[in-house]
Design a protein around this ligand. Structure first.
Ligand SMILES: Nc1ncnc2c1ncn2[C@@H]1O[C@H](COP(=O)(O)OP(=O)(O)OP(=O)(O)O)[C@@H](O)[C@H]1O
Length: 364
């Protein structure tokens, strides 16, 4: 799938932008702070969720003047072209419209998919489990649109259960319905995560790629993750005593972690060099995109923020070859056009400038 038109109105540093693009990768270049990431953040809204900065709708409005913003585009996918609008008015939550009709996030997920790599992920392998869980959940969401709803349901029931635990409620009756709900949604989360890892492993296995295979396993903070709904409900009931002492839920998929290993070397990703850690992430993003292209009949939008600058010329050329082979509309940022030289005529180029505090976008 690809965007053929994109317009931004009062979105972060962009006042009014209107772009026509073709299906080729888009190389965005310009100095620091020009508004390149802001532009690909707008593109990231085309997949369900909060976008690549996970920002609240009110933070995306152009400051100081605007209270609302709008991002619109025409998305060409396997089932034709759709006009999609995202907007927020007066600081309110984001609203989605598809072909001029109100739409849900789930409906967006059915027509649009985007995968991304941003500098904030550089420390993914060495920081806490939460970031890895979130990364895995984004991968899972790209394959399974029901993942978002399961995550919301799980969070909601866990929050209520944690409130009971904090209030030291000991009567088991209060917990039954919440634990049943956590069991149902938690089992979906866990199963989707496992299926995601299996799907990625398959996509990495047969691939012609210059990037190292990242072998992923799902682990549980302490002990084993209960394998199914009944086991999770049982484990929650059993853990109540400990949970009351801790004042929070100690078992369940919210405690899961993801271990990454540089398969050819057998070295955990956290012990790999900075460049290798990045290469493992690129490998996963490409595997995600390849798998989606196979499953959905079209590659997703691929967003690569400041990736080119961190690769040597050989790896950069390899990345561009893989993106071209995939046929993905990859939106890539970098400070100068030389970072995209190896792409030649395989990409379109757009310069982003800061003109007295307003981002200007100049297609070349
Ligand atoms: N809501 C907002 N309203 C107005 N400007 C904003 C808003 N949010 C961020 N900005 C501005 O956008 C600019 C940053 O844009 P962006 O992150 O897209 O830069 P970039 O071109 O990717 O730069 P770099 O190469 O440094 O990553 C900053 O100057 C920031 O102050």
């Amino acid at each position: 799938m690809h965007l053929s038109r994109l317009s931004l109105s009062h979105f972060r540093s962009h006042k009014q932008v209107s772009l026509e693009v073709d299906a080729r990768p888009v190389a965005l270049f310009g100095p620091n702070g020009a508004g390149k990431t802001n532009l690909i953040e707008a593109v990231s809204l085309f997949s369900p969720g909060r976008g690549l900065r996970r920002a609240a709708a009110s933070d995306m409005a152009r400051r100081p003047e605007a209270l609302g913003w709008k991002v619109s585009g025409v998305l060409d996918g396997p089932d034709g072209a759709h006009e999609v609008d995202f907007l927020s008015e007066g600081g309110a939550a984001q609203v989605v419209r598809i072909d001029d009709k109100p739409a849900s996030q789930v409906a967006t997920g059915k027509i649009a998919r985007a995968v991304w790599l941003v500098p904030a992920m550089d420390r993914l392998w060495i920081e806490g489990a939460e970031g890895r869980r979130r990364f895995l959940d984004r991968l899972a969401l790209s394959f399974f649109p029901d993942h978002a709803q399961a995550a919301l349901d799980y969070e909601k029931s866990m929050r209520e259960r944690n409130r009971l635990l904090k209030d030291q409620v000991r009567d088991g009756h209060w917990y039954l319905a919440l634990e049943a709900q956590m069991g149902r949604s938690g089992a979906v989360l866990h199963a989707n995560r496992l299926r995601t890892l299996a799907r990625l492993a398959r996509a990495q296995e047969g691939a012609q790629t210059a990037f190292p295979v990242a072998e992923l396993t799902l682990t549980q903070g302490e002990g084993e993750m209960p394998a199914d709904e009944a086991a999770l409900v049982g484990a929650l009931a059993e853990s109540r005593g400990r949970d009351l002492q801790a004042g929070r839920s100690l078992v369940g998929p919210h405690r899961a972690d993801m271990l990454g290993v540089f398969a050819a070397k057998g070295v955990p990703a956290s012990d790999c060099s900075t460049g290798e850690q990045k290469a493992l992430l690129i490998s996963l993003i490409l595997a995600n995109a390849r798998a989606l292209a196979e499953d959905e009949g079209a590659p997703p939008l691929v967003l690569l923020d400041e990736v080119a600058a961190h690769l040597d010329a050989g790896r950069r050329a390899a990345l561009y070859d893989e993106i071209s082979a995939l046929g993905a509309q990859a939106w890539m940022t970098g400070t100068g056009p030389e970072l995209f030289a190896e792409l030649g005529a395989r990409a379109q180029r757009i310069e982003v400038r800061d003109e007295a505090g307003v981002s200007a976008v100049v297609p070349l």
